[in-house]
Design a protein around this ligand. Structure first.
Ligand SMILES: [Zn+2]
Length: 628
């Protein structure tokens, strides 16, 4: 029997579904459950250019960063010595940010060398923990609730890294160290009366609420929930962020008192508080905040922030900091878990292929601090060199954090629903995922996507298996053709999941053809006559490396232009794709994918001259503001 349905939104949440274990949480503690969840048992093989990016990231960063930057851990050991280095308020975050991204990277490659390397890193990190549980880099007089350093923020990253590592490997010492650190913070707050508002740097330090929600879900220890609730109270004390009341009043994230990016792990905690309490106010607040960022502060590149914060204008030319884009992706993974709304996965794809990997050196040695819509790409080691220190020349907030852009593929590329598999990522790959209690299914993608729109899925269960396969039908694909074993499927709706529920057998094939015709996002005000061009999920950009025009004096592109393949780039460091468009004066212009723009150091432009189009207001159903 074949049952095929399209769903715009799945049910709000499946109450007390036994199929779930949350982020490792105890289901009996949770009053609500995510609609989709990370598939912990998945094996991934990403091929093509994404596979190369993942390999390069592992080889040239994850396996080398702590060796080339020994101060990453040395600064913990030196905390009580007269300091030989000038710590930044956030220096203690580097080890945690590195570890979070490295665990995610390990989930993807399951590489033995990386696992052994990280085991050593984690053991050394734990060995620096103070007797009382402190896991930071500051001397006694500056720790945790003391104003100045962003110490609760930094320790949060270390704790989250240890937590994720313990979840992945079962390393009990890592979990114990994380809990010991949590217990110290709880003792100071719950027994000694310290409040996070005393620590100043409100949005940074209060974002440690996230780890306390996760640890409550994991252990059921009421003190962790009380700690989270105390921070929720502190949010209401000016000048803290007051996120929940702001969102429930119908205001956008940029209108809250603390719209900097460091607030985002705090917003993630709001989603977790919904699972813990079942209180709809948390769900509503979370969704409102997420939607408002998508509407007002997510740029055409999929990147988030203008000058490190939300400002309510997606055209603002302020720096699009890589850390902010990482935090936006983490928040969007949680939006997808919470709602099962395929448009959240569309956002992840947009960010990933454009502003996300556009922040990475294709050889994996560095990442940007700022990946502007128009401009040049600089290594973060140039842009924020002030963060480099003796013993850690390559460390800064973004270099440590950015590999999460690749690593979080393990969170969203393929997920599980209560009845099967959710396929969000398209591109050359093989994913192997558990089915039921003992089965497995291999999903191989034969495709050149996103260079073109044709994808062939070869589904190979270990034996005949009944499950629902959810296929993301992107909101931008106006007409999508899907065939199951050569038979066309009816009623394929963009912006939803196509659900194919059946008994799958070896050799089953699904073919997908997405509509990759050009789409335009017209920049406002309209009088600027600028627009962004998308082919499928890919934002196109002009880079002088590939053509002769001055980036700021480009000929106008004909909106009805036929898109042609440009000749292949025959030199080193080829772009992911090159296409030619016609100009209104009868010439041709070569554009590349945004992620490849600027890799040779040339100036690039993603707001192109396109005439004769009217802007379309943002709508969550039309997040690309797609003009005809
Ligand atoms: Zn950063």
């Amino acid at each position: 029997m074949i049952k095929i349905t399209s769903l715009a939104l799945l049910a709000a949440a499946y109450l007390c579904s036994s199929a779930w274990a949350g982020m490792g949480g105890k289901t009996d503690l949770m009053k609500a459950q995510p609609v989709f969840e990370r598939e912990k048992g998945a094996n991934f093989r990403f091929e093509g250019f994404v596979g190369e990016r993942i390999k390069n990231n592992q080889r040239n960063w994850l396996l080398t960063a702590p060796l080339s930057n020994p101060s990453m851990l040395q600064m913990f050991r030196d905390r009580d010595k007269p300091q030989s280095r000038d710590l930044l308020p956030w220096s203690g975050e580097f080890a945690g940010k590195y570890l979070i991204s490295a665990v995610q990277g390990y989930r993807i490659t399951k590489d033995r060398q990386l696992r052994d390397f990280l085991r050593g890193f984690v053991a050394e990190l734990i060995s620096t923990q103070a007797e009382d549980g402190y896991l930071g880099v500051w001397p006694n007089e500056s720790r945790l609730f003391k104003p100045g350093p962003w110490d609760l923020w930094s320790v949060y990253h270390v704790m989250l890294g240890l937590y994720l590592w313990s979840e992945e490997t079962g390393d009990e010492a890592a979990l114990k160290a994380c809990l010991k650190s949590a217990d110290l913070i709880c003792k100071m707050a719950l027994d000694e009366g310290k409040r996070t508002i005393e620590a100043d740097s409100y949005e940074m330090n209060q974002s440690c609420i996230h780890i306390f929600t996760l640890l409550y879900e994991k252990t059921g220890n009421e003190r962790y929930l009380r700690m989270a609730k105390e921070i929720e109270k502190d949010w209401q004390t000016p000048p803290s962020g007051d996120y929940i009341r702001t969102a429930l009043a119908g205001k956008a994230f940029y209108q809250c008192p603390k719209p900097r990016w460091e607030s985002l792990p705090g917003l993630q905690a709001i989603g977790e508080l919904y699972y813990i309490t079942g209180d709809e106010k948390y769900r509503t607040a979370f969704i409102n905040l997420w939607k408002s960022i998508a509407k007002y502060d997510r740029h055409n590149t999929g990147g988030f922030s203008s000058g490190e914060q939300a400002v309510g204008n997606p055209y603002d030319p302020g720096a699009i900091e890589t850390c902010c884009t990482v935090a936006w992706m983490a928040l969007t993974v949680d939006m997808l878990r919470l709602t099962g709304d395929s448009r959240a996965a569309d956002e992840l794809e947009l960010t990933f292929f454009n502003g996300g990997i556009g922040a990475q050196d294709m050889n994996g040695r560095w990442w940007t601090y700022n990946t502007p819509m128009d401009g040049v790409r600089r290594a973060s080691a140039h842009d924020i060199v002030f963060q480099a220190m003796p013993g850690s020349p390559e460390l800064n907030c973004c270099s440590c954090n950015a590999p999460r852009i690749l690593g979080c593929l393990s969170d969203w590329a393929v997920m599980k629903s209560d009845d099967g598999v959710v396929l969000n990522y398209y591109g050359e790959s093989v994913f192997e995922v558990p089915i039921g209690s003992s089965g497995r299914v291999k999903i191989a993608q034969k495709t050149d996507y996103p260079r073109d729109g044709y994808i062939r899925l070869i589904i190979t269960p270990d034996s005949q298996r009944q499950f629902a396969l959810r296929l993301r039908i992107p909101c931008w694909s106006k007409k999508t053709v899907v065939k199951l074993n050569k038979e066309p499927i009816k009623d394929v709706t963009s912006g939803t999941y196509l659900v194919i529920e059946r008994t799958w057998k070896q050799g089953d094939e699904v073919e997908i053809e997405f509509d990759m015709s050009p789409r335009f996002w017209v920049k406002e005000p309209e009088s600027e006559k600028k627009a962004s061009i998308y082919l499928g999920p890919i934002l196109m950009a002009y880079d002088q490396r590939y053509d002769v025009y001055e980036p700021h004096n480009l000929p106008a592109i004909q909106p009805k232009s036929k898109v042609e393949k440009a000749p292949d780039w025959v030199y080193m460091s080829p772009p992911m794709m090159l296409r030619r468009f016609s100009t209104t004066d009868g010439r041709k212009i070569t554009l590349c994918d945004f992620a490849s723009a600027g890799m040779g150091g040339n100036k690039y432009v993603s707001w192109l001259n396109v005439e004769g189009l009217k802007p379309v207001p943002f709508d969550i159903d039309s997040p690309f503001r797609g003009a005809e």
